[in-house]
Design a protein around this ligand. Structure first.
Ligand code: GDP
Ligand code: MN
Length: 381
């Protein structure tokens, strides 16, 4: 789950990180009154859960409350990377002299949190990482010890931060690390962390991604979830307890068990195709869940064919077959469905499916080859 910038910054402030004064608004009139309250030039910022708002025109400076109102009207009408803007953050504008990057995430190969920083922060950080990787500094943190003083010092000196800012920067790095740990985040990022013209360090932008599997420990954070801003397919999947990840290919996949789902995607790829999604309907999946899964898959316009691979262990094949049938009744998909259904109650499942307009096969290999061939045929035609 991603937090909005205004939510991330509020979290940062709780951990002692300085942020600009400001508030979030849902209407342009509100934006105007916040600008009046702040009594300074302001920056009006689209609150959407994707990066690159600045480049998309979603971050604009206003020199008066009227201008803030105008800009808010414009920004609230925007869609950024296909997400609607429903809120804007109105912050006091500052004059950044230096833009620094500071982030914490998990390093899966090092098996520990890593603090990443660069003197070349701002909207081109991805470019910096690609072209000048030496400008990106990493400090691995032992989770039992936390960020050590010497490590923090190594970090500030590696990014060549002027000495006058060391103390504040180290306090901010600690605060960010604490915020990351306290919320079970998978990412906590300030980009840019700026040195202002009047020599203050301020977190100008914030991004926090929380670990969904740990959210049960943080009911207060769960409440911050912005349903409007989530991908409808992922929201629907969560509602039914399905694990769904959208991918770029054209072969929809519905599989029971994460391992089998991964294996199915591998076999599709080996057969020369590209999966459109990962979808695990789980063990003991009910007909209702299967129907929801089917709906989600065929709602993706890229999907040209659906491969259903079910190994009935706890999940009974007849139950899955009923789910597929009810989904077919409701949705009437116009893409071919290829089904491999084996295991518990297989005969009953097959018998139920024989009434429907499906292609049943007996091995995953066969299913994948056929799915790939079908997808290719449809792209050619
Ligand atoms: P992002 O593009 O979604 O990452 O949005 P940011 O909040 O990081 O803003 C993008 C850029 O806008 C920053 O890197 C700054 O250069 C600029 N910016 C943001 N806030 C201010 C501000 O208060 N004053 C000025 N002058 N520039 C700002
Ligand atoms: Mn940013």
């Amino acid at each position: 789950m991603k937090l909005h910038e205004y939510q991330s910054k509020a979290l940062f402030a709780e951990h002692g990180i300085p942020i600009p004064r400001g508030r979030v608004a849902s209407t342009s009139a509100e934006a105007k009154s916040i600008a009046q309250e702040l009594g300074s030039r302001v920056v009006v910022k689209a609150q959407v859960l994707v990066g690159g708002r600045g480049k998309a025109g979603g971050v604009r400076l206003a020199s008066s409350p009227d201008e803030a109102e105008d800009l808010a009207t414009q920004i609230l009408r925007m869609r950024i990377k296909d997400l609607p803007v429903r809120k804007v953050l109105v912050d006091e504008a500052v004059e950044p002299v230096t833009e620094i990057y500071l982030g914490v995430t998990n390093d899966r190969s090092a098996n520990c949190p890593v603090i990443i920083s660069s003197s070349e922060g701002g909207i081109e950080i991805e470019e910096v990482a690609r072209k000048e990787p030496e400008k990106i500094v990493k400090i691995f943190v032992n989770p039992h010890l936390g960020l050590q003083e010497f490590q923090a010092r190594n970090l500030v000196s590696a990014i060549e931060l002027p000495r006058a800012h060391w103390r504040d920067f180290i306090r901010i790095a600690r605060g960010l690390y604490d915020a990351y740990r306290a919320t079970d985040a998978t990412l906590a990022e300030i980009n840019p962390l700026v040195i202002t013209k009047d020599n203050r360090l301020l977190a100008l932008d914030g991004k926090v991604v929380l670990d969904d599997n740990a959210l049960f420990r943080h009911p207060n954070l769960e409440e911050m979830r912005d349903l409007d801003e989530e991908d409808p397919a992922e929201r629907e999947a969560r509602k039914y307890g399905l694990s769904y990840v959208k991918l770029d290919g054209d072969i929809g996949c519905m599989v029971n068990g994460a391992g089998l789902a991964m294996a199915s995607m591998d076999v599709i790829k080996i057969s020369g195709g590209e999966p459109a999604n990962f979808l695990d309907i789980g063990g003991g999946a009910s007909a209702e869940k299967v129907a929801a899964g089917m709906r989600i898959i065929i709602a993706d316009p890229n999907v040209k064919v659906v491969l259903i691979n079910v190994f009935g262990g706890i999940t009974r094949c007849d139950e899955v077959a009923r789910g597929i049938l009810s989904a077919l009744e409701e949705e009437k998909p116009d893409v071919p469905l290829i089904v491999r259904l084996v295991g518990t109650n297989e005969e009953e499942g097959q018998r139920l499916l024989s009434r429907a307009n499906l292609i049943t096969v007996s091995s995953l290999h066969q299913a994948a080859e056929l799915a790939v061939a079908t997808a290719k045929e449809k792209s050619a035609g």
